[in-house]
Design a protein around this ligand. Structure first.
Ligand SMILES: Cc1cc2nc3c(=O)[nH]c(=O)nc-3n(C[C@H](O)[C@H](O)[C@H](O)COP(=O)(O)OP(=O)(O)OC[C@H]3O[C@@H](n4cnc5c(N)ncnc54)[C@H](O)[C@@H]3O)c2cc1C
Length: 347
């Protein structure tokens, strides 16, 4: 008998599974190994500041506390380097943007997050008319490596099964769950946007968004992740990821001409270098209407749980939220009301 069946091996399911296994729990992760998913195409950036609005991410301080210790521990566990701590630079397009930065740097709330002073732009292919600001405690996790290395690790631990879970094959009793020949005390759905079709959780107000990214080869010689409307992320060997688009209406994983044009424009606004298109992908982010995650237990089924709603910031949020979820499941700790799905329960 397993303690937990986890449905989905995206960023959410992977992070939760690692933390449960670390507590010596018997876990099995079931994933249908899709060719593309939000996690598979994510750029992996973590950034505690919403650069468009110059606001701190919700619960950013807690997230930063758990972020690097967690991923460092995973590097050892899966024996792969997945952390790239090259910090994000924000391009200032106007004097106001630059002034705003100078003001925020003095704000005690941002002191630990924004580097003092500005950086001159030394790359003449980059348009940064009013220089650049550096976001401290930002960087990137190599998501594909994280997921692939973790999958291998789960296989070694006899904690992985490649399969598609069909909802009608799940039998939820009061104190156990069965699916095919698997029996567990609990099931946790970490299905990303596909939870919209889950009969236990489709009532939750998701507001998923489609996103497109492209990978290009260029001699732009960009050294740091750059945010200037769209972002450009150096991958090494003259390759860059450029993202991302947001579309609320067309929820499918097909790439579009319009998306590609937006990405190409985004590149051209930042860099005058030419580029060769290598790859173009689309995925669906599990965003939520109130912009808060979905953690907790089904109101009528005490052993059916959800860990979802990581939206556009799965890499930053997952380690902290998984810690909250584990403490909730194992110690009955309180879940913050803004993350607990009981906020949607009818009285
Ligand atoms: C273009 C784009 C760029 C992004 N860039 C970033 C970024 O730079 N930084 C960042 O932090 N976030 C980024 N994100 C957001 C990030 O991708 C998400 O926050 C994160 O991937 C959500 O992970 P998840 O595990 O909840 O969902 P998913 O990635 O969707 O994973 C769910 C998994 O469950 C599987 N599954 C679902 N149902 C079943 C079933 N019934 N049976 C078996 N398996 C099932 C799916 O196939 C999938 O493997 C980006 C997203 C997009 C689209």
């Amino acid at each position: 008998m397993y303690d937990f069946l986890i449905v989905g091996q995206g960023i959410a399911g992977t992070t939760l599974a690692h933390q449960l296994i670390q507590k010596q729990l018997k876990v099995c992760v079931i994933d249908n190994n899709p060719s593309s998913s939000s996690s598979q195409i994510a750029s992996g950036l973590y950034n505690p500041v919403v650069l468009k609005r110059m606001k701190k991410v919700w619960h950013a301080d807690f997230m930063l506390e758990t972020l690097l210790p967690y991923y460092q521990n995973i590097e050892e566990r899966i024996d792969r380097m997945i952390i790239d701590s090259n910090q994000v630079r924000r391009i200032f397009n106007t004097p106001e943007e630059q002034n705003n930065w100078h003001t925020l740097v003095e704000d005690p709330n941002f002191k630990e997050l924004l580097a003092k002073g500005i950086e001159e732009n030394n790359n003449n292919t980059i348009a940064a008319p009013f220089a650049l600001g550096r976001v401290l405690q930002s960087g990137r996790i190599k998501v594909k490596e994280y997921l692939k290395g973790s999958k291998n690790y789960f296989i070694e631990q006899h904690a992985y099964k490649e399969d598609e879970i069909l909802y009608h094959e799940i039998h939820a009793e009061n104190d156990s769950i069965s699916w095919k020949n698997f029996h567990a005390k609990h099931i946790i759905f970490c299905e990303g946007h596909q939870a919209r079709f889950n009969p236990w959780f489709s009532y939750l107000p998701f507001a998923c968004t489609k996103g497109e990214v492209m990978t290009v080869r260029s001699e732009a010689n960009i050294k740091h992740p750059l945010n200037g409307g769209k972002f450009i992320l150096p991958l090494g060997d003259d390759e860059y990821k450029v993202g991302a688009t947001y579309n609320w209406d067309e929820l499918n994983e097909q790439t579009t001409e319009e998306g590609l044009n937006q990405l190409k424009d985004g590149w051209s606004k930042i860099s005058s270098s030419t580029f060769e298109l290598k790859q173009h992908s689309a995925g669906i982010r599990p965003n939520t209407k109130d912009r808060r995650p979905f953690l907790g237990t089904h109101p009528d089924h005490p052993n059916v749980h959800i860990f979802n709603g990581l939206g556009s910031r799965g890499i930053l949020m997952a380690p902290y939220l998984a810690q909250c979820m584990v403490n909730y499941l194992l110690n009955h700790d309180y879940l913050h009301p803004e993350m607990d799905i009981s906020r949607f329960n009818e009285d």
